[in-house]
Every structure is written in C-alpha cells, then in structure tokens.
Design a protein around this ligand. Structure first.
Ligand code: SF4
Length: 287
C-alpha cells in the first residue's frame, strides 16, 4: 500500500474552502445559468432567481433535492466562494438590500469561485508528502491567491484570472510530476501491468477495473459512468475529470490528486470507497 498523502495534515487548512450556505445569500441559486436537463429545477438564465429559493436565502426543497431528481444542486460546490463574497467582500449586505450592486455581486462571486477552486487545488497539493522542493512555492502561491480573494469588489473584477491560473497550474504540474516520480520509484507499486492511458481521455462507460491507474494522469478525462470500482487511484491526477455516475464503489481515492467534493457528489460510491479526509461522503451513497 503506497502512502502519498501526509497522514497528519491539519484539516483546518480546507475550512474556508468548504461551502457554508447559511452564511451565503443564495448566489449559486441566482447567479448561475442552469438547465433542467442537468439536474436543476428548471431552465433559467444567469441572474434569474430559482423558484425554490426562500426569502431568507434557504432552499425550500433542501431535504428532498435527490428525491426530486435535482442532482445538479447536490453536486454543485462553490469552494466557499459564496460565504466569502457575502460576508467579506460585501460585509454581510445581500443583493436584496443593495439591488444596485446585485449584478456586480454575482460577477464577483464567479471570479471568487475560480480563485477558491485554485486555492483548493493548491491546498490539496500541500498535503502530499515528499514535496520539500515545492512547499515554499506552494505556500507563496496560496498566500498570493488569498490576497486576491481579500480585495474589494472593484479590484476583484480587475484581476487577470487567466494569468493567475497559468501560474497556479504551473506549480500544480510540478507537484503532479513529483508525485508521479514518487509512484514510479516506489517498490510497492507493481508497474508490470502498468501501461499509460495517454491514448485518450474519453472513457465514457468503459470498464477500467483491470487497469492499473496508480499515478495515472486523468486530468480532464471523461469518466462518465466509467467502472472504477475497487480500483486504486493513488497519485492519480483527477483535476477537472468528469466523474458523473462513475462507479467508485470500493475504490481508493484517499491519495488521489486534486479531487473535489463536487466530483465525489456526482459519482456513485459506497461505504467502502476511501476518500481524502477533507471530503465528505455523500449521504445518498450505497451503504
Ligand atoms: S433547488 Fe434549492 S439548491 Fe437548487 S438552485 Fe434552487 S434554491 Fe438553490
């Protein structure tokens, strides 16, 4: 069994990157475009309020989202951007109190979500061991990104987000390479049956249970309804991979790289699926 992630990292480092809807003003239920075919209550334009949003910004069907087939709502994760914009950027003022700022708030929310998503990946990278060469760089990038999230609304809108993303991606790639190196040099990893999957990223409906995926690069891969049950995904780069309806029952994702709550929420797991400690097991998974 290969261990890639620090066993004793402080989970508090993820605290501000987890959703806290009670401190938010329903940004995701208003600011985003969504479509009924993707598991949302209705087709709606960005900026239009969801029919189920209560006046206190809670969701009228919160306890029955899955029962009502609203998978999109249960899968969405803002990485804590909602509460940050509501409580920090706008100091607790909501878009009903300040209608003149409504559109700006939603635009800021969309930028904040991207920054917080980057913070999630950087923080996740920090939990991998054997990263002494990049740890300082990672911490610096986290600091720089956090500083951006603390700017005022006007300055947030002026951030060159793509330029920042290039810098973040460059360091994430370095971390990925280090982990890959660690995997391939580990004597416990059986590399005999290991062949790279670089021939493609489309694995929709495929059965990968017999493929050695340890340390594999599945960034952005289409893993929709892919059978990954009982696979070991240690060191597997899952950044941006589409795991909708992927079967991860019994799979080991505890040491997978750059996995998010949203990806986990869309997949089908069970009580034997191993997750990184920062992620929560969806209550609707098989027992
Ligand atoms: S159904 Fe509830 S969670 Fe989904 S968008 Fe509407 S208010 Fe938000």
């Amino acid at each position: 069994m290969i261990n890639l992630r620090e066993s004793k990292y402080d989970e508090e480092i993820f605290k501000d990157l987890k959703i806290d809807c009670k401190k938010c003003f329903g940004f995701c239920c208003v600011a985003l475009y969504f479509s009924a075919s993707e598991g949302f209550p209705m087709d709606k334009e960005a900026g239009e309020t969801c029919i189920n949003l209560n006046s206190d910004f809670s969701c009228a069907v919160h306890n029955n989202l899955r029962k009502n087939g609203l998978k999109g709502c249960t899968a969405y994760d803002c990485f804590g951007a909602g509460q940050k914009v509501a409580q920090v950027t706008y100091g607790g003022y909501d878009w009903k109190q300040t209608p003149e700022l409504k559109n700006q708030m939603f635009d800021v929310f969309l930028v904040m979500r991207q920054l917080n998503e980057m913070l999630w990946y950087l923080t996740d990278a920090l939990t991998f061991i054997q990263l002494s060469t990049t740890k300082d760089e990672l911490n610096l990038m986290i600091k720089e990104t956090k500083e951006l999230t603390n700017l005022d609304a006007k300055s947030i809108m002026e951030i060159d987000i793509e330029k920042h993303r290039v810098k973040v991606n460059s360091i994430l790639r370095q971390v990925n390479e280090l982990v890959e190196k660690r995997v391939t040099s580990d004597k416990k990893v059986n590399l005999k049956n290991k062949k790279s999957l670089i021939s493609g990223y489309d694995f929709i409906g495929a059965n990968l249970t017999k493929t050695n995926l340890i340390g594999e690069d599945l960034a952005g891969a289409l893993l929709i309804a892919t059978n990954l049950s009982n696979t070991n995904l240690a060191g597997t780069n899952l950044i941006g991979a589409d795991l909708r309806d992927a079967d991860i029952r019994g799979a080991n994702l505890a040491d997978s790289m750059f996995i998010t709550q949203s990806q986990v929420n869309t997949a089908k797991g069970d009580s034997n699926t191993k997750l990184p400690r920062a992620l929560v097991r969806p209550f609707y998974w098989d027992k």
